[in-house]
Design a protein. Structure first.
Ligand code: NOJ
Length: 667
């Protein structure tokens, strides 16, 4: 009887809607605060978002232009709508917290062309308490089989002219750029995540989730207005996406937050990815490692063969000894294999991923590592030659798995893949997925450099540990502009960081640069420690050469700091100015705090109310010492141990470009 009632209802509703010009329907977040309204206006699908009485996204149109100037964004009528509610708590094998709440209300708008081919399209909206995700679904249908997307015309009509933090899409390789603060109307085409401040209590971030067999998202303002339009990364031939029904796009995501800290704590992107396809995740192990790495960037070693070759058996064994002594989980060895001798960044086709240089005994090194309970982290720089890499993937990963190498850092240094396609194009997206899936089959974790922008795939493939896609600390070794300014790390947790773990590689203990004296790390030593907590990455490298750590008491913070967390809180945050992050270790009751500032000295007060009530803790503070300053005097660090409890409040003084690191141990 109920079904009949529904059918009758639908019939009358359809009859009603086909007589009206505008059809509307809404869905709200579980807490009722965020409302999404959608419908068709003069044949064009649209959506709007409000939070309470505030407009977040004004009427914004949706749809596509397909090949042959075929508009798939107009002449639509609504077929029906469907609603669903969902709630679960899922566990992350690693992450910024153990459990993630995934609770949303969903609305699917099914539409079809009124005339002509009467092709169908659905738009699915999921509304969470912290924002909205929506995606297009192309059902299997007689008049839409293979199709080519030339343009996705999705709009985000912002209210007013919010300030944004962004990097430009064009002429930016691998998303390695300094973020600029500017009003939305002044933007060129920019990458996502695009973070913005609408007012003191409203922050937004637009990005995407689950980028699968599609092109990466960019945004471009429409004629200098504050309406942003999707701008997909094209193939070299101009098409954006080749597809076949049934097909679905990645989710378009909008985090809606009251403050910058809540942007960082949103798990909307992860929730919009599929659950893990890897059932036994016991081999996926976060950790802190060291590497034969900074030495190459500082020109003390070379990747290629020769008198300064870094990846020698003896050097690797020295790094293994150091790792074992200080409790590091792994040693990265770059430059171990054939392929580096010519100009590898121009032509990566000479890379061989199974053949070691004569002065590097791969079997001996991996055996020595195993004896010392340390893992070798393999390195596969491809120079962007993905075909060469794909041809060797299986044999390389089979070899690594035999030798106990369970993690590989990949790299794609070349502005184009195979001299043709962009990293964030559908071509690149397909390649990266192939590598992650193949690695999963061989139980290998991936740390991917020069990636497409991450979109939360680590939920589905938790062996995708960390990625670059950020202007990392290596720029402080060789960048002609002098390196990263102090404010850089007070911005990236709210921009690139929203896309997932960042392999930024902090950990410099020696600030002088003999090769380029004007280029150096623009922080104090205490800030280098703090970044180990602030910048989340389940695999994180203490990046300096090991000799620079010897005998420095501040090194204890790095060796004691975990990389996998049970809980994260953000006590203080202002984008581009300062940030305090507190994280609880997954394996103990201990907490670690990192606080950082930009070029300005700062006084912050930190309430430890996140600690367990009625428990005693010891806090070891690593503060900027007297006269510390990122420009002239980065080294002074005062180390002090005090008793604290959940009722303590600490007064923190951060030097210009400085920071604070605190290890809090429960007694
Ligand atoms: C760029 C990567 O970001 C860096 O970490 C690596 O050392 C070089 N490429 C060489 O692969």
């Amino acid at each position: 009887m109920r079904n009949i009632y529904c059918v009758v209802c639908t019939f009358f509703l359809l009859a009603f809607f086909s007589c009206t010009r505008e059809y509307r329907t809404t869905v709200t977040s579980p807490d009722g605060k965020i409302k999404v309204e959608t419908g068709i206006e003069e044949g064009k699908p649209f959506y709007k978002i409000e939070k309470g009485d505030k407009k977040i996204i004004e009427k914004s149109f949706l749809g596509f232009i397909l090949k042959g100037n075929d508009a798939f964004n107009k002449d639509f009528i609504i077929k029906n709508t469907e609603f669903k509610s969902f709630s679960e708590k899922w566990t992350q094998p690693w992450g910024e917290e153990t459990t993630v709440d995934n609770t949303y209300n969903e609305m699917t708008l099914r539409i079809a062309e009124k005339s002509g081919k009467k092709r169908e399209l659905s738009i699915v909206f999921r509304v969470f308490n912290d924002g909205v995700g929506f995606r297009y679904v192309f059902p299997k249908q007689p008049n839409l089989n293979d199709f080519t997307i030339m343009d996705e015309v999705t709009e985000f009509a912002l209210v007013g002219n919010p300030q944004t933090w962004s990097i430009p899409t064009n002429h930016t390789n691998y998303f390695e750029h300094l973020y600029k603060k500017a009003p939305v109307t002044s933007l060129d085409t920019v990458c996502t995540p695009l973070t913005m401040q609408v007012n003191d209590s409203l922050y937004l971030a637009i990005h995407e989730a689950n980028l699968t067999d599609y092109a990466g998202l960019n945004l471009t303002p429409k004629q200098g207005s504050s309406t942003l339009k999707a701008d997909l990364t094209p193939w070299s031939t101009g098409e954006k996406v080749f597809a076949k029904t049934p097909f679905q796009t990645p989710w378009r995501t909008i985090i809606i937050a009251r403050n910058p800290g809540d942007l960082m704590l949103s798990r909307l992107m992860l929730n919009l990815n599929e659950p893990s396809k890897i059932t036994d995740t016991s081999w996926i192990q976060p950790g802190r490692y060291i590497g034969i790495w900074w030495g190459m960037h500082m020109e003390a070693y070379t990747w290629k063969q020769g008198p300064k070759h870094g990846a020698t058996t003896a050097n690797a064994m020295r790094y293994i000894d150091f790792a074992a002594k200080h409790g590091f989980s792994g040693v990265l060895v770059e430059g171990w294999n054939y392929g580096w001798d010519g100009d590898w960044s121009k032509d990566g086709t000479h890379f061989n991923f199974t053949k070691a240089y004569p002065d590097y005994d791969l079997a001996k090194v991996t055996e020595y590592a195993a004896k010392n309970h340390v893992k070798i982290i393999g390195h596969n720089e491809t120079g962007g030659a993905t075909k060469n890499y794909e041809a060797q993937l299986d044999s390389a990963f089979a070899l690594y798995s035999k030798l106990g190498i369970s993690c590989v850092k990949t790299g794609y240094v070349n502005p184009l893949l195979d001299h043709k396609e962009q990293h964030a194009s559908q071509y690149g997206v397909r390649h990266y997925r192939k590598v992650i899936e193949t690695a999963a089959r061989y139980k290998i974790m991936i740390d991917n450099h020069e990636p497409m922008m991450p979109t939360g795939l680590q939920r589905t493939y938790p062996n995708l540990m960390s990625q670059e896609g950020v202007r990392g600390q290596e720029y402080d070794a060789w960048s002609p502009d002098g390196g990263n300014p102090p404010e850089h790390t007070t911005i990236i947790p709210f921009t690139r960081g929203l896309a997932g773990p960042m392999d930024f590689t902090p950990g410099t203990f020696k600030f002088e640069n003999p090769v380029l004296p004007k280029t150096h790390v623009h922080t104090t030593l205490a800030k280098q420690l703090a970044l180990a907590v602030v910048l989340f990455s389940p695999l994180q490298m203490a990046s300096d050469m090991i000799e620079n750590y010897e005998g420095n008491p501040a090194f204890e913070f790095i060796t004691s700091c975990p990389t996998n967390w049970a809980k994260t809180v953000i006590p203080e945050a202002a984008i581009g100015d300062y940030l305090l992050v507190a994280r609880k270790d997954r394996k103990s009751n201990n907490w670690f705090v990192g606080g950082i500032t930009d070029e300005n000295a700062r006084k912050l007060s930190l309430s430890l109310s996140f600690l367990d009530k009625d428990k005693k803790y010891k806090a070891k503070l690593y503060r900027d010492g007297k006269g510390a300053d990122y420009k002239t005097n980065p080294y002074p660090v005062d180390i002090e141990e005090i008793e604290v409890s959940s009722s303590s409040t600490l007064q923190l003084n951060l030097a210009p470009g400085g920071g604070i690191a605190i290890a809090i141990t429960r007694e």
